[in-house]
Write a protein that binds this ligand. Structure first.
Ligand code: CO
Length: 268
């Protein structure tokens, strides 16, 4: 399957999808506190989507049984929200997809529950920064490997490891389109990026090793060594200039702002 290039009109629809997704993710984040039963997040997504007339992309995808993925502590991705009760100090990754007028937006974030350890805080920050550096590498004419390399070098600079088995992806009418976007690898590999490509970048970063295990529920993926894991994801369009983050939330800095800071400090 070739990489599907989106027209400006199609990206305009994906921008709407991204905005809806960002809003609902923010509603979920505001619910996170000690004592929350995680299935409540699933119920909120159902209600918010019904109200907005949009489709839960994850529900029923390969048989996935919920609207949202909620992965706690050593869980990396694809946790099914059930009767788990969040505790002070937990690290919660929330991954959400929406389909709006036939187009998908996909985004994830990790938040702490109440006060979290400095280790958890740092893991979260590094993972978020590695996503941002990956996004900043999304430029027409560059190779896909530039994205992978930017993510990996940021994440591993602090001794963390990047998950190998799960990767970012093209996104559009389907949640998973070509190409795959690994969060590791050499910068001089891969296809040449073009305007109109839309990619979901999603680094998953572990305090310990990169190996994973799948739970008996056939969905939840955890670190093999039980170490903490964080996950951030954005749906991003490649343009003639700076990349456009379609799922940017109102609590986030625009992508150019933070990268300019990084460049000024010599980190880029
Ligand atoms: Co994704």
């Amino acid at each position: 399957m070739p990489v599907i290039i989106k027209s400006d009109d199609e990206i305009a629809v994906m921008r709407q999808a991204g905005r809806i997704l960002a809003e609902v993710l923010q509603i979920l984040v505001a619910e996170v506190r000690p004592g929350l039963i995680v299935s409540k997040l699933d119920r909120i997504v159902k209600e918010e989507y019904e109200r907005r007339g949009v489709v839960p992309t994850f529900l029923g995808y390969l048989g996935y049984p919920a609207h949202v993925c909620v992965s706690v502590n050593d869980e990396i991705v694809h946790g099914i929200p059930g009767d788990r009760v969040l505790q002070e100090g937990d690290l919660v990754s929330i991954d959400l997809g929406v389909t709006y007028e036939g187009f998908v937006a996909d985004s994830a974030l990790t938040v702490g529950v109440g006060r979290i350890s400095p280790e958890a805080q740092q893991l979260m920050e590094v993972t978020y920064q590695s996503l941002r550096e990956g996004i900043w590498a999304m430029r027409a004419g560059a190779r896909l490997g530039e994205i992978s390399h930017a993510i990996q070098s940021c994440a591993e600079s602090d001794g963390y490891s990047v998950v190998r088995e799960y990767v970012g992806h093209g996104v559009g009418r389907e949640m998973h389109e070509e190409p795959q976007v690994p969060n590791y690898g050499p910068r001089d590999r891969g296809l040449i990026l073009r305007k109109g490509m839309v990619l979901a970048l999603e680094p998953m970063v572990n305090v310990g090793g990169w190996r994973t295990k799948k739970h008996d529920d056939q969905w939840t993926v955890s670190t093999l060594d039980g170490s903490l894991s964080a996950h951030f994801e954005h749906t991003v369009a490649i343009t003639d200039g700076d990349p456009e983050v379609l799922t940017l939330r109102s609590d986030e800095e625009p992508i150019a702002a933070l990268s300019a800071v990084a460049a000024a400090s010599g980190k880029n």
